[in-house]
Ligand binder design. Sequence first.
Ligand code: ASP
Length: 293
Amino acid sequence: LIVHGGAGGARYPKGDRRFRELLEAVEVGMAAIRRGSGVDGVLAAVEYMEESGAFNCGRGACLTAGGTVELDAAVMTGAGLAGAGVGVVTCTHHPVSLARWVMENTKHVLIAGGSTVDYARLAGIRVEELRPSEAAKAKYEELTAKGGLNADLLRRMQGGNTVGAVAVGKDGVPAAAVSTGGMWLKLPGRVGDSAVLGAGIFADAKSGAASATGTGEEIIRVGLSRRACEMLARHGAGGAAREAISLISRTRGKGTAGIITVDLRGRVGASYNTEAMGRAWFDTAREKAYARI
Ligand code: ASP
């Protein structure tokens, strides 16, 4: 199991809470894998980070240009390429749980917008009003200080701190999950890579799994997570992560993305072309979680 806390922001300052939260997410995820499947593991890790408020997802999500919270998330398993994404979710801090419900109970791979509240009710997920955190409100004030919604504001759209997880279960089946508030100052209604299979996540029983972060529009154009999975058999987890980031750097520029990968042997990889990408993983040989920022 490997998790990330987003590409796009700066390196975490010394003692930053996100460092501990990533390690804790790995512990929570590993406990779930031991009890169940790879999907259980990635879901538990991502749900933990959604709840923590320390990342750009769930309780800590960024705000749209209109000052609202709109969440995207997805989950996928290598078993039969089953998976689903949800976009523009405004009724629960745990859109990834909603994505799991869509994956397991419908034939669809993407549901977005107002009707997600009906699915949340069907899924038995507590429907709640999404209130911006105090930190998000303060950052929004800062970003919009020079005037309201205009072209200049939209140029200031920025990502960072999204979360994702990939793992291989005891049965050898790979899984991936992702959850985000999206990009700061995105237009209301925008859906990013994190809701789109093949872009924000991909999992395939023949190769492994990948979860991407960064500028969603570029990740969708490249189909980054799917491309990374195609590279897994040849390059292994570390090599595929590096090759995928080299591909997006060459074709769409630097500062665009980060990715985590896992291959069928359970080896993990991570790479990014941004300043930093917080990540943590579990080393089963040493029975210990490690983190890097
Ligand atoms: N990929 C996310 C999006 O574009 C943002 C991020 O990873 O920080 O919605």
